[in-house]
Design a protein around this ligand. Structure first.
Ligand SMILES: Nc1nc2c(ncn2[C@@H]2O[C@H](COP(=O)(O)OP(=O)(O)O)[C@@H](O)[C@H]2O)c(=O)[nH]1
Ligand SMILES: [Mg+2]
Length: 351
């Protein structure tokens, strides 16, 4: 009996050692992978930088930003982008039953709640945009100017399309439905060659050594880093690159007339998702409502002192947070920093 116990002990000790070396190994892997990603991220960012020399324009398509907000429509050919544009705006965009790629960005305007929302049909996002080639680069810089991205998908096809688009957008520095990491990063010009590193939370997904090495690999030797949330190494790299865009995104599944009710029900319940049928005009009004919500737009009525508010011509602004007039429905005097809410009436006056 004693012998058996001994064997048992030896085995468990062996297991323990194994686990220890494994976690050490995975930490080392994380570290090297972190450095590698930092280098790749910088290389990619340089590829996508506005061209200084000859060749491809670094600016977006030559479409004027107009109205109160810009929504970029992104998707593979034939998912129904042009159909959506012609159903929701006054724009007659070409539609085709075959795989047809529109060659330029086509703008349309959705009028809703007194707001003018620019809907932009962006072609060719799939064609190696992240490699920074030709038109891809243009698509990327235009997509980055959007206040909301609509990823349009064909509900009859697999979710592989969605994955490919997400990868492509991620590679060009667009972060969908994410907040900017809570990190304060400052380059200094005085104070010697020291990187100051502070955290206000425990880091479980990256560590100080990895971050310091990444700073060194970017030849940054005089910075202040203050990390205020449990970020990943990738998120730290995003902060360093600095040109990441954090844009809300709505996944729009079209052609629900061609799938089962069960399939539709399942898709419709996923986060940041709207299901529609452009062809049958189903759920388009709800899509526009969701666009309005995700843009965080509010309409504000203006009012001259002593006069009735002008309800016919609201001004659209970005939503602030916090309560508006404390005395609603009565007026409250507030400072210019006051965050307005939907349907507020505002009078501006000097003392
Ligand atoms: N069944 C079905 N077909 C649609 C729907 N919306 C668009 N289509 C068809 O899909 C094809 C491609 O549409 P189009 O708007 O040109 O796609 P785009 O390439 O993304 O601009 C056309 O034949 C449309 O008639 C829909 O809601 N249901
Ligand atoms: Mg089209």
């Amino acid at each position: 009996m004693g012998v058996v116990e001994k064997v048992g002990l030896v085995v468990s000790a062996g297991k323990g050692l194994n686990m220890l070396s494994r976690s050490k190994k995975s930490r080392a892997t994380e570290y090297h992978l972190g450095l590698l990603k930092a280098k790749l991220a910088r290389y990619r960012a340089q590829l996508l930088e506005p061209a200084s020399k000859s060749g491809g324009a670094g600016t977006g398509f030559d479409v004027q930003k107009s109205g109160d907000a810009r929504v970029a429509l992104i998707g593979f050919p034939s998912v129904g982008k042009s159909t959506l544009l012609s159903k929701t705006t006054e724009t007659a965009s070409e539609t085709a039953a075959y795989e047809f790629t529109t060659l330029t960005a086509i703008p349309g305007v959705i009028e809703y709640n007194g707001a003018r929302i620019q809907l932009l049909d962006l072609p060719g996002i799939v064609e190696g945009a992240s490699q920074g080639r030709g038109r891809g680069r243009q698509v990327v810089s235009t997509a980055k100017t959007a206040d909301l991205i609509l990823i349009m998908l064909d509900a009859t096809k697999s979710d592989e399309q969605r994955r490919l688009l997400e990868i492509e957008l991620d590679a060009v520095g667009i972060r969908l439905n994410k907040q900017k990491p809570d990190v304060v990063f400052k380059r200094k010009t005085t104070g010697g060659s020291v990187n100051f590193f502070n955290t206000t939370v425990k880091l479980t997904r990256t560590d100080e050594r990895t971050i310091r090495s990444i700073l060194a690999s970017y030849k940054l030797h005089n910075c202040d880093v203050m990390i205020r949330e449990d970020i990943t190494t990738d998120e730290f790299i995003d902060v360093l690159i600095g040109t990441r865009k954090y844009i809300p995104c709505l996944y729009v599944y079209n052609k629900i007339d061609a799938i089962s009710l069960e399939q539709m029900d399942k898709i419709a319940r996923t986060e940041h998702t709207v299901v529609i049928s452009c062809e049958l005009g189903l759920n388009l009004d709800y899509l526009i409502e969701r666009i309005w919500d995700d843009l965080g737009l509010v309409k504000i009525y203006t009012k001259k002192r002593g006069a009735q508010p002008d309800l016919a011509d609201p001004v659209c602004l970005r939503k602030g947070c916090g309560k508006s007039s404390k005395f609603s429905p009565h007026a409250q005097k507030v400072s210019l920093h006051h965050a307005v809410q939907d349907e507020d009436v505002v009078s501006i006056f000097t003392k």
